[in-house]
Design a protein around this ligand. Structure first.
Ligand SMILES: *[C@@H]1O[C@H](CO)[C@@H](O)[C@H](O)[C@H]1NC(C)=O
Ligand SMILES: *[C@@H]1O[C@H](CO)[C@@H](O)[C@H](O)[C@H]1NC(C)=O
Ligand SMILES: *[C@@H]1O[C@H](CO)[C@@H](O)[C@H](O)[C@H]1NC(C)=O
Length: 242
């Protein structure tokens, strides 16, 4: 008779352990962008963005603080010294508008998927105050906003997943860090927020932010993230890498 413990330890040895946490949120084509917003991207220079940025349905005029935006001769994208990647807007030449329209729809679909998942493993953890917590993989749901006033740790393996459903604002205080431990990866962490996301000065974010409204990163904030907002993304001298 082979014991369960033996089987489990054997599976662990060959790396066949099921991932913990909810099924991944499929971003579809929204995953092509580090920053995607519907009403604009504002910036106080100098920021450093790695990856593509896009606005739609608003025009490129709603991208500010990245001057000069250098329009490619194709008319399909522009570039900026602050962005390592292409910048797109819905008023650029075809096929950019149709690609962006799909990406915006995919962002909305991903938000709805993430915010409606059930059943949660954790409901209203900490009454919305989760500063200092160690968060294991799972589906977390708050009927209210969430405040993070001191650094948090996301503890889990490289295939484990986290979905945070925040039915209100998400406020990350100045200097607060999101720390990944155990191989946890930002791509497997989703913050779906019904209200505004505000990251304080010198804070550090990890994960995919799906905002029903706006996402603001204050001076010196860094993010190993995608910022996907259904309104505005506002940046102040930040570093964002997908
Ligand atoms: C965007 O992402 C999708 C799906 O991941 C991919 O098939 C597509 O080629 C990407 N590029 C554009 C411009 O949409
Ligand atoms: C978090 O910090 C803010 C600003 O200092 C304060 O107003 C709020 O009460 C704090 N919240 C908690 C839960 O500590
Ligand atoms: C979300 O918050 C709104 C009010 O802001 C409330 O009407 C609604 O029931 C809440 N939904 C959930 C799932 O908590």
């Amino acid at each position: 008779m082979i014991s369960t413990a033996f089987i489990l330890s054997s599976l662990t040895a060959i790396g066949v352990v099921a991932a913990l946490g909810p099924a991944a949120v499929n971003l579809r084509t929204a995953a092509n962008y580090t920053i995607l917003a519907e009403t604009g991207i504002t910036n106080v220079p100098t920021s450093a963005i790695t990856g593509a940025m896009a606005v739609c349905p608003i025009s490129a005029a709603a991208i500010t603080g990245f001057s000069p935006l250098m329009l490619d001769p194709s008319g399909q994208f522009s570039t900026s010294s602050q962005v390592t990647g292409h910048i797109f807007a819905c008023d650029y030449a075809s096929p950019t508008p149709s690609i962006l329209t799909i990406a915006i729809a995919d962002m909305g679909t991903a938000f709805t998927d993430a915010i409606t998942r059930t059943p949660p493993n954790f409901i209203n953890l900490g009454a919305g105050n989760i500063g200092g917590r160690i968060l294991t993989p799972g589906l977390y749901s708050w009927t209210t906003g969430v405040t993070i006033n001191s650094s948090i740790t996301l503890l889990g393996g490289a295939a484990d997943t986290w979905i945070f459903q925040v039915n209100g604002t998400l406020t990350i205080a100045n200097g607060v860090q999101m720390i990944l431990v155990g191989g946890a990866r930002a791509v497997n962490i989703v913050w779906a927020t019904a209200g505004a996301v505000t990251a304080g000065t010198n804070s550090h974010l990890e994960g995919v932010f799906l905002g029903k409204t706006g996402i603001t990163l204050k001076t010196g904030a860094t993010a190993n993230s995608r910022l996907l907002a259904q309104t505005l993304v506002a940046l102040q001298q930040v570093t964002v890498t997908a």
